[in-house]
Design a binder for this molecule. Structure first.
Ligand SMILES: NC(=O)c1ccc[n+]([C@@H]2O[C@H](COP(=O)([O-])OP(=O)(O)OC[C@H]3O[C@@H](n4cnc5c(N)ncnc54)[C@H](O)[C@@H]3O)[C@@H](O)[C@H]2O)c1
Ligand SMILES: N[C@@H](CCC(=O)N[C@@H](CSCO)C(=O)NCC(=O)O)C(=O)O
Ligand SMILES: [Zn+2]
Ligand SMILES: [Zn+2]
Length: 382
């Protein structure tokens, strides 16, 4: 493909979100060649994340339409624009919605994985030069999170892509583009959970189970999964959780009170993996006085706000949050792929459903059903 298509517009299939709240539509779209410091990727597999559904719902203040959603993708570099040195044609890659330029104030701070270089245009759904590479039926389509993996071909900034070993199966590594890395990184990098800690994880989806996996890796002693779905008890145990609590079955006692009792004063670390602001409050208040830390990972709808008594913070609890687990994609993702390849990181276990591109709306339905951890979409089957 690359010999014939470099420098030309490619026509391919993509799932287009024409408007908020409507199903995606499989369309033929035109994908322009990459400009300087851009990379065109054939997306081979993509996961579907709750954040895609969140933006499609219309509750994302940055969500605009029509758009090509998707941000959990793996594929092969088809062509590169002028000046691209970090990847080459034929490389197996993972798209990064959290880029890493290595040069901006954020990248150089050593304090965060957030990169400022292209965040403004990324949030507006355009490439760094403020234009789109996608067209359908004569209309421009917006990019999503700098990745747009629901297209058979996409164009990303060179700082938004990382090459990984071609020995790793792309139908698994796509999940390192968001869900698994996010939860695992939140435990291992952002919280840096200490050996012997008590940990509570609210919400046992792909993100929460990945937090469990990270807490196990760091030697946590008690790992309590909190979920309203009893079916998640077995999932939590599969990943190494020691306890499970269904907060709706506490006979009127609050979940924070229950966790404080279970842990002799409160958890050392808690994680919100639900996106529910009431849960975020409970997670903070379940922390141990003096040192407990609560990490917000869940994404809440526009207009939602968190609250607690300031006394909770005055008495030493810490409220923080992270995107992509605090992981720097270009520096750290290849290491996670190696951990997967050497059986140190579970990835296969998260895949409960698979769909072809032409059934991507079923993948969204799968995701919303209680028995789905992740659905992987095969982009070559359309
Ligand atoms: N910050 C980031 O970088 C980042 C990355 C990926 C996903 N996210 C967000 O993380 C969240 C989780 O994603 P996911 O894919 O794991 O979702 P998911 O829907 O698969 O899992 C959420 C789990 O929370 C449980 N839950 C719902 N309400 C609850 C409640 N009141 N108390 C306890 N449990 C409850 C559900 O039963 C489910 O098991 C979403 O909000 C998503 O948008 C954030
Ligand atoms: N546009 C949304 C923000 C959504 C959000 O917080 N996204 C996370 C990644 S979620 C992946 O599933 C993120 O990367 N945040 C940091 C950033 O966007 O710079 C809103 O405004 O609510
Ligand atoms: Zn995501
Ligand atoms: Zn940067």
């Amino acid at each position: 493909m690359s010999a014939n298509t470099a420098g030309k517009t490619i026509t391919c299939k993509a799932a287009v979100a024409w408007e908020a709240g409507k199903d995606l539509s499989i369309e033929e779209i035109e994908v322009e060649a990459p400009k300087a410091h851009e990379v065109r990727i054939e997306i081979v597999y993509t996961g579907v994340c709750h954040t895609d559904a969140y933006t499609l719902s219309g509750k994302d203040p940055e969500g605009a339409f029509p758009i090509v959603l998707g941000h959990e993708g793996a594929g092969i570099v088809e062509s590169v624009g002028e000046g691209v040195t970090n990847v080459k044609v034929g490389d197996n890659v993972v798209a990064l919605y959290t880029p890493e330029c290595g040069e901006c104030k954020f990248c150089k701070s050593g304090k965060t994985n957030l990169c400022g270089k292209i965040r403004a245009t990324q949030g507006k759904g355009v490439m760094p030069d403020s234009t789109s590479r996608f067209k359908c039926k004569g209309k421009e389509l917006l990019h999503f999170m700098g990745t747009s993996t629901f297209s058979q071909y996409t164009v990303v900034a060179d700082i938004s892509v990382v090459a990984i070993t071609d020995k790793a199966p792309m139908d698994r590594t796509c999940l390192l583009g968001c869900g698994i890395t996010t939860g695992y990184g939140a435990a291992v990098v952002t919280a840096n959970v200490e050996k012997g800690s008590n940990v509570a994880v609210f919400g046992a989806g792909c993100v929460g189970l990945s937090v469990v996996q990270g807490a196990v890796k760091n030697g946590a002693e008690k790992i309590i999964v909190v979920d309203v779905n009893d079916g998640k008890e077995a999932w939590g145990k599969k990943f190494g959780a020691t306890d499970f609590v269904n907060p709706t079955k506490l006979g009127g006692k609050s979940i924070q009170e229950h966790l404080v009792e279970m842990t002799d004063g409160g958890c050392d670390y808690t994680f919100d993996c639900t996106g529910n602001v009431g849960v975020m409050r409970a997670a903070l208040e379940a922390c141990h006085k003096g040192w407990g830390q609560s990490v917000v990972i869940g994404v809440a709808a526009a207009g939602q706000e968190i609250s607690t008594r300031p006394f909770q913070l005055v008495t030493g609890r810490v409220w923080k949050g992270c995107a992509f687990g605090g992981i720097k994609g270009r520096s750290q993702l290849p290491g996670l792929v190696d951990d997967y390849m050497t059986n140190k990181l579970k990835v296969d276990e998260f895949i409960t459903h698979r769909q072809p591109l032409n059934k991507i709306n079923t993948a969204f339905q799968d995701m919303k059903a209680g028995d789905c951890i992740r659905c992987v979409v095969n982009m070559r089957e359309a």
